[in-house]
Design a protein around this ligand. Structure first.
Ligand code: GDD
Ligand code: MN
Length: 250
């Protein structure tokens, strides 16, 4: 075991990648996303850890995560649960505190973000030395699959309005499949005020303001098969509020 790990490390790039996986009722999805993450990281030889931030999911996601920890090891799967559903933005903030990597991936746990893109994010980062590499559905081969018209309009609309108001210079502002230098993520998080879904958008807008460099990787976003989206009318209203706050204050 020790020698296998040793050789894996020597194939890596000297960096460690912490993956933050926020979960709320992802019992069906978690085993597959973790298996795919382990597969793509192991194949490419990069050093990594997966941090599961479960918010007291009533479906028993945490118990599933504990089993996965048994299978893959406590150094690879870290559990940092919270008692109740406190929102996506604060889940990341909580997760970062426990990350030991010098790079941090943020992605959804419902298989909408495929781990097969991870090596491309890492390549892109290395090529340009970027502070942030953002997955984009709105450039190159990127795209969205499985969303109904309503969801597509919301996403396009949110991107469009934000592009016009804030000119952030990135093509996908609400997407949440991203790679950050750890210290960059920490500094962005410390100046972000939003807590829910609007968090992603604020992060990229602030990144641009703080003159961080942003690279983009086209990704396909596939709607979840298991479980439900937590994005509801409330989230849309708070997104608009957050957007206006940013517009007024930046
Ligand atoms: N810990 C925790 N707490 N996790 C949460 C919470 C929460 O309050 N709410 C959602 N999650 C987790 C879900 O379990 C999933 O892994 C991920 O966060 C995304 O949640 P979904 O409910 O699947 O989001 P979505 O598919 O509607 O929205 C996606 O697309 C949006 C627009 O492109 C996400 O990627 C959003 O971040 C993105 O803005
Ligand atoms: Mn989803």
């Amino acid at each position: 075991m020790a020698s296998r790990r040793g050789s894996q490390k020597s194939r890596g790039d000297g960096n460690k990648y912490s993956v933050l996986l926020p979960t709320y009722n992802e019992r069906e999805n978690l085993p597959l996303i973790v298996w795919l993450l382990v597969k793509y990281f192991s194949e490419s030889g990069y050093d990594y850890e997966i941090i599961v931030i479960d918010d007291g999911s009533p479906d028993g996601t945490l118990e599933v995560a504990q089993q996965l920890q048994q299978i893959y090891g406590e150094d690879k799967i870290l559990l940092r649960p919270r008692k109740s559903k406190l929102g996506l933005g604060t889940a990341y903030i909580h997760g970062i505190k426990h990350a030991t990597g010098n790079f941090v991936f943020i992605m959804d746990a419902d298989l909408s973000h495929h781990p097969k893109f991870i090596p491309e994010f890492i390549e892109k980062q290395r090529q340009g030395g970027y502070d942030v590499v953002a997955g984009t559905r709105y450039r190159g081969d990127g795209g969205v699959y499985g969303w109904d018209l309503r969801r597509k309009l919301i996403s396009r609309g949110a991107n469009f309005v934000t592009q016009v108001l804030l000119r952030p210079g990135a093509s996908d502002l609400t997407g949440s499949f991203r790679l950050y230098k750890k210290e960059v993520l920490e500094s962005l998080v410390s100046c972000c005020v939003s807590k829910g879904y609007v968090f992603q958008m604020e992060m990229i807008v602030r990144a641009r303001q703080l003159k961080y460099t942003i690279g983009e990787v086209p990704i396909t976003f596939v709607d979840r098969v298991y479980g439900e989206s937590k994005l509801g009318g409330n989230e849309i209203v708070s997104f608009l509020k957050g957007l206006l706050t940013l517009f007024a204050t930046t």
